[in-house]
Design a protein around this ligand. Structure first.
Ligand SMILES: *Cc1c(COP(=O)(O)O)cnc(C)c1O
Length: 407
């Protein structure tokens, strides 16, 4: 990394939400005003000590922060290389990192006197987090979810309904996450006077990528203080899975200006790097615009968005957050992928060696840890972001592993 690149990294995004050539605001006219209103309110909240105090209070008392930085002793011993630490976002209320952002945005919605929140969801984790904070604050809540995902993640649909949210199945197109985002945007344009759209990842039109990143920055801030307390030095390597990119940027951000800390984002390799069989945007994607922002996108020669595949619904998206595109081009963060098979193997291994059932998304980061740790010296330190717990994936994994019910 050059000194110029180093200096540039700490200065993104610019006032219009550009991360170098990425990001920005590519939306229909009707969405410009709501985005400007949100941008103003968000930056006001960010400067407001009362808002920050309220956010900290709920993060501690309701969400369950700080999360432990846990030394995975048996996994480390078995691999025989670097010491592996797990950042335990799986222990947060509702079971994944998503609630850090859902809570922050719900507080902003309250400030803006909005009485209704909406969200898109893929695997259902963001929908559950949004339904949860909406119930807690007494906000009306509607969640858009692809009809295919509703079936795949029925447990989370029931959770959202029990929390009082309306879940609207989306039957357009591929009937998954991308179509759910489209429906949420349509709703927002129509109902913006009393509705806030809680977007679930570090993606979309400005200010979403920077706002969502900032609500997740606490992951890395905690991890940095924890590793310094436990090991008296910074880690050598950070690993996190990358869907839209929120848990990864949340962990990475606090370390970006420490040039010795290497970072690697792990995308969904699916069945391998063949068109429509994966969701690894840095391995087959190209520059394009999708759902409000400019980034690396999986598209065909005519600019049509390609189908994607991953065993984990949360990583199954054709585009990646613009800050990751920027960090990729700067060479600051490396991006690799793990296939479905490797993720499943990591899922089982972590469960048996550590007593922790990880989300299939997080299992992609664990897979990369398993690959790399043996090649690293024993005194090297690695932090893996365990973005969520695997309860939602248990039925799917059981079916794939042919586990029989005892009778
Ligand atoms: C949603 C989700 C992801 C992927 O989203 P990012 O924005 O890339 O973090 C990863 N892990 C879990 C557990 C999720 O629920």
């Amino acid at each position: 990394m050059t000194a110029a690149a180093e200096a540039a990294i700490s200065n993104v995004p610019d006032a219009a939400g550009h991360f170098g050539p990425y990001g920005g605001r590519y939306v229909p006219e009707t969405l410009v005003y709501p985005l400007q209103e949100l941008e103003r309110e968000y930056f006001r909240c960010q400067q407001d000590p009362e808002f920050q105090r309220e956010l900290s209070y709920y993060l501690r008392e309701f969400v369950g922060r700080p999360t432990p930085l846990y030394f995975a002793e048996r996994l480390t011993r078995e691999l025989g290389g670097a010491k592996i630490y797990l950042k335990r976002e799986d222990l947060l209320h509702t079971g994944a990192h998503k609630i850090n952002n859902a809570l922050g945005q719900a507080l902003i919605a309250k400030r803006m006197n909005k009485t209704r929140v909406i969200a898109e969801t893929g695997a259902g984790q963001h929908g559950v987090a949004t339904a949860t904070v909406a119930a807690m604050f007494g906000l009306q809540c509607v969640i858009y979810m692809g009809a295919v995902d509703c079936e795949r993640q029925a447990l989370n649909v029931y959770r959202m309904k029990m929390l009082g949210a309306d879940v609207v199945p989306v039957h357009a197109g591929q009937r998954t996450l991308k179509e759910a985002v489209n429906e949420a945007m349509r709703d927002w344009v129509t109902n913006v006077r009393h509705t806030h759209y809680i977007l679930g990842t570090a993606y979309g039109a400005h200010p979403y990528p920077v706002m969502v990143r900032n609500f997740h920055r606490i992951i890395g801030e905690e991890a940095r203080a924890q590793i310094l307390a436990q090991e008296q030095r910074l880690p050598d390597l950070l690993l996190a899975c990358v869907g839209g990119g929120s848990n990864a940027i949340g962990l990475f951000h606090a370390f970006l200006e420490d040039p010795k800390v290497r970072m690697c984002g792990v995308e969904a390799g699916g069945l391998g790097i063949v068109p429509e069989k994966h969701a690894a945007r840095f391995h087959g994607g190209s520059l394009g615009v999708l759902q409000g922002t400019r980034s690396y996108i999986l598209q065909d020669d005519h600019g049509q968005i390609q189908l994607t595949h991953s065993v984990s619904a949360g990583l199954d998206y054709a585009a990646v957050g613009p800050e990751h595109a920027w960090l990729h081009d700067q060479g600051r963060v490396e991006y690799t992928y793990a296939t479905d098979d490797k993720a499943l193997e990591a899922f089982t291994r972590l469960a048996r060696l550590e007593g922790i059932i990880p989300a299939l998304e997080s299992s992609h980061a664990v897979a990369e840890a398993i690959r790399r740790a043996p090649e690293m010296p024993k005194d090297a330190l690695m932090i893996v972001n365990l973005s969520g717990r695997g309860d939602k994936d248990v039925a799917q994994v059981a079916a794939r592993l042919n586990l029989a019910m005892p009778v």
